[in-house]
Write a protein that binds this ligand. Structure first.
Ligand code: C2O
Ligand code: CU
Length: 467
């Protein structure tokens, strides 16, 4: 046998072995543990390896942040963040949900292509009253890092702590030494331990920003990394208003995925700008002497109305351990192609603006605030080009429910074919425009809105009817 044949054979055996080990288990790989910021997976009550069946209860709990006094927060299954649901493509997810909060609520599965009746919006579901229950039941079609949160009074409920993670593994997961899911948020706890719903003018304009930055519910955690190891970090921004402009001096991220899964062509970046709702999946190899630190920072970014004046804030510290450095780790540089959506047959234009109504700031879509935003009627199967024009002085991260979309143009300039990506939330820059394409396959009524939750709550939300 010639050496090349041997190599091919070895690769084939390895492929079979990894395929088997993948399909026989829905649990996270052993490399997952990161102590203080690990998310908790609820018990799977279903013996079928292709079904995850869990209970999620929403209730008020007390939790202290950054060593402060106990705060009254709202939690799924008693933790903030809530649970991590860990599944693989094609699995069925059944969630028996109970609402023990004093307010009605729902669960929206952000980015997951579920049937409309499972999407948790009031367009398709009555709010679950205090003491009420609801069973969410859907099959996951796409690999990626998704999250879930209420879609009733989102600006108040998400901020109080209601958010959790859904990780869907696919066939093309890279082999890494360590992987972590990091939910980035912020909070301000009042001296009396409450999370205030008060909305001052700045918060109404910019979305509420908390004073304490959180990584999986912890302020400035220290996380161990081994020099030379291949690290995979998957970020989601769960904050109401804050954009995270992530950097770690000395680190260049290789961006391998975003909202809707892997990028066929990864790219390298020093900063990751993550707006509320967005996800970024990156790999990097930490270096540095034993016991040195790599600081993860939220750098200033001007999202409008002179918001760039803030200092760089520390988010977490990566502590380089004393272990012997690993070597020879290579960053993945290709993932399988994803389907490029056809060019689209229908053109839509959506204008985003801010205005005043009765002396209050409002956020509008085509001149109207929800529920007066004109309904957008779409034929099932239709592929549409949507031009978002942002007439306002600030960025709006627009989120479409039920679909992924692909960016075609930014400011009238076509994007490079190599940056093909499936997104569900995207920053429409201040005084700028974006053109995206989406295919609407799932019938029902779907929301689209700005993911600055105060903007969605005060008008910048519309409805798409697919039939
Ligand atoms: Cu993550 Cu309609 O929301
Ligand atoms: Cu907005």
């Amino acid at each position: 046998m010639r050496p090349t044949t041997l190599l091919v054979l070895a690769a084939a055996v390895a492929a079979v072995v990894s395929a088997c080990s993948f399909s026989s288990s829905t649990s996270a790989p052993p490399s997952d543990a990161w102590g203080s910021v690990d998310l908790v997976s609820p018990q799977d009550e279903n013996p079928d390896p292709n079904v995850l069946e869990v209970r999620i209860d929403a209730a008020e709990i007390t939790k202290s942040y950054a060593g402060g006094a106990p705060a009254k927060v709202w939690a799924y299954n008693g933790t903030v963040p809530g649970p991590l649901l860990d599944v693989k493509v094609g699995d069925r997810v059944i969630v028996h949900f109970s609402n023990h909060l004093p307010e009605p609520t729902t669960i929206h599965w952000h980015g997951v292509r579920v049937p409309a009746a499972m999407d948790g919006t009031l367009m398709m579901q009555s709010p679950i009253p205090p003491g009420g229950t609801f069973d969410y039941d859907f099959t996951v079609k796409d690999a990626g890092f998704f999250w879930f949160h209420p879609h009733v009074q989102g600006d108040s409920q998400v901020r109080k702590g209601l958010y959790g993670a859904l990780r869907v593994r696919g066939r093309d997961e890279p082999t890494v030494d360590h992987e972590a899911l990091l939910m980035l948020g912020d909070i301000t706890v009042q001296p009396d331990g409450t999370i205030s719903d008060y909305l001052d003018d700045t918060s109404r304009m910019m979305g509420r920003e908390g004073k304490t930055l959180l990584v999986n519910g912890r302020a400035e955690p220290t996380l161990p990394v081994r020099a030379g190891s291949l690290q995979r970090l998957r970020f989601v921004n769960v904050a109401n208003g804050r954009f995270f402009n992530l950097a770690a001096p000395g680190v260049r991220w290789r961006v391998i995925g975003t909202d809707g899964g892997f990028l066929p062509q990864p790219y390298d970046a020093d900063h990751l700008l993550i707006a509320p709702g967005e996800r970024y999946d990156v790999v990097f190899v930490p270096s540095g002497p034993p016991d040195s630190e790599i600081v993860l920072l939220d750098d200033p970014y001007d999202r409008g109305h002179d918001s760039a004046g803030e200092p760089s804030l520390p988010l977490a510290k990566l502590h380089v351990t004393a272990e012997h450095p690993l070597d020879g780790r290579a960053l993945p540089d290709r993932f399988p192609e994803i389907e490029r959506l056809p060019d689209g047959v229908v053109d839509r234009k959506i204008t985003l603006a801010e205005g005043l109504a009765n002396g209050e700031v409002t956020f509008t879509i085509d001149g109207a605030a929800y529920p007066d935003v004109p309904l957008w009627d779409v034929a099932k199967g239709s592929v549409e080009r949507i031009l978002f024009e942002n007439a306002s002085e600030m960025d709006h991260p627009m989120h479409l429910h039920g679909v992924f979309f692909q960016l075609l143009e930014s400011g009238g300039v076509a994007v490079a074919p190599s940056s093909l990506a499936n997104k569900d939330t995207i920053i429409v820059p201040k005084k700028g425009s974006l053109k995206v394409v989406a295919r609407f396959e799932e019938p029902g009524n779907w929301a689209y809105h700005c993911h600055i939750l105060e903007h969605a709550e005060y008008g910048m939300l519309g409805e798409i009817r697919v039939r």
